[in-house]
Write a protein that binds this ligand. Structure first.
Ligand code: SF4
Ligand code: SF4
Length: 324
């Protein structure tokens, strides 16, 4: 059965999550405005899902949790989202990057638009591409070293309870609301590059993507090619946003594969390409789509049901911290 329908499903999931994130951001902005103005805090509700934008807090909280401490109550949702994304990446490869992440969604729409305008996307020479790809692993290693190795468990706890960490979400929002000219220049450059080439931020800079790619190496799922059905047309290699030469692989194990299904959807030889578990069992696209959404959403539901979602910071504490 053709898997063409997977791409509309994926774009629907991306758009839905992007819309959700914008809605979350607006609610969070209103909450902070209300707290900053000293208005009656009893009517303000903090949307805790905003903690999903604090991956360093998520990493720190997860490391502390694995060391035997409780999931911290300052930004528990950051830990839940972080663990959920890691689990999703193990089970369904880097599907978070191509189905859920709003930054990757905007990046993908940009290079598609660039392709539409210029009829091509730029590709760097392989030596430069490999060199730049290593950057995201260096950034990832820096964060993991700083959080999990350089800090003692006691130092991690102190940082988690610090006022800096308590207001990390507000700091992040203020970074974008009062963006410096240099940061603005970096973002404009990245947006411009995203029009010219496929996913430059995800490919070269995102430490989260680097980590998820390494986790996905252990995933039982892989794009698998049947050489007996393949007619070597090369379409799968052409459409791959990660520039993986799918046509010459029997299975795609690369950490760059973002499980977008573009190769499978564009292949016109029925059965030549499929997503398989342990190389044997074919995973239908619709099942994959449902699992991505359900697992991600289910992770947050588990966090809420287990009491590890709402921040313990009171409205009074927020007002005090924001007033400083
Ligand atoms: S698109 Fe399908 S038929 Fe063409 S090279 Fe790839 S796997 Fe083979
Ligand atoms: S190999 Fe296929 S699923 Fe993986 S990134 Fe390339 S097009 Fe997407």
């Amino acid at each position: 059965m053709s898997s063409r329908y997977v791409q509309p499903l994926r774009i629907l999931a991306q758009s839905g999550f992007l819309g959700f994130v914008i809605w979350l951001g607006v609610r969070y902005y209103r909450f902070v405005q209300m707290m900053s103005s000293g208005a009656d805090g009893s009517v303000a509700i903090r949307p805790d899902g905003i903690d999903g934008f604090l991956p360093i807090s998520g990493l720190l909280g997860t490391v502390s949790w694995l060391e035997g401490y409780k999931i911290n109550s300052v930004h528990p949702a950051a830990v839940i989202v972080f663990v959920t994304v890691i689990l999703v990446s193990f089970l369904l490869r880097r599907s978070f990057c191509s189905w859920i992440c709003p930054i990757a969604a905007v990046s993908e729409w940009s290079w598609k638009w660039g392709f539409h305008l210029m009829r091509r996307n730029l590709r760097l020479p392989s030596w430069l591409d490999i060199l730049l790809r290593s950057l995201k692993y260096l950034v990832m290693a820096f964060f993991i070293y700083s959080v999990a190795i350089a800090m003692s468990p006691e130092a991690q706890l102190r940082f988690i309870q610090s006022e800096y960490h308590m207001t990390a979400d507000v700091r992040l929002m203020n970074f974008f609301l009062h963006i410096s000219p240099s940061a603005c220049g970096v973002i404009i450059t990245l947006v411009g590059l995203s029009l010219l080439m496929r996913n430059p931020f995800c490919r070269y800079l995102c430490p989260y993507g680097a980590l998820l790619g390494l986790v996905a190496l252990f995933s039982p799922l892989r794009v698998t090619r049947d050489p007996d059905r393949c007619v070597s047309c090369g379409v799968c290699s052409q459409v791959c946003p990660a520039y993986i030469d799918v046509m010459h692989k029997s299975t795609v194990a690369s950490p760059e594969c973002i499980a977008c299904w573009r190769c499978i959807s564009h292949c016109r030889c029925n059965g030549a390409l499929s997503m398989r578990a342990v190389r044997r069992f074919i995973v239908p696209g619709v099942l994959f789509a449902v699992l991505v959404v359900l697992l991600f959403w289910g992770g947050t539901v588990c966090g809420k049901l287990s009491g590890h979602w709402h921040s313990s910071l009171t409205v009074e504490e927020y007002v005090r911290l924001l007033g400083k």
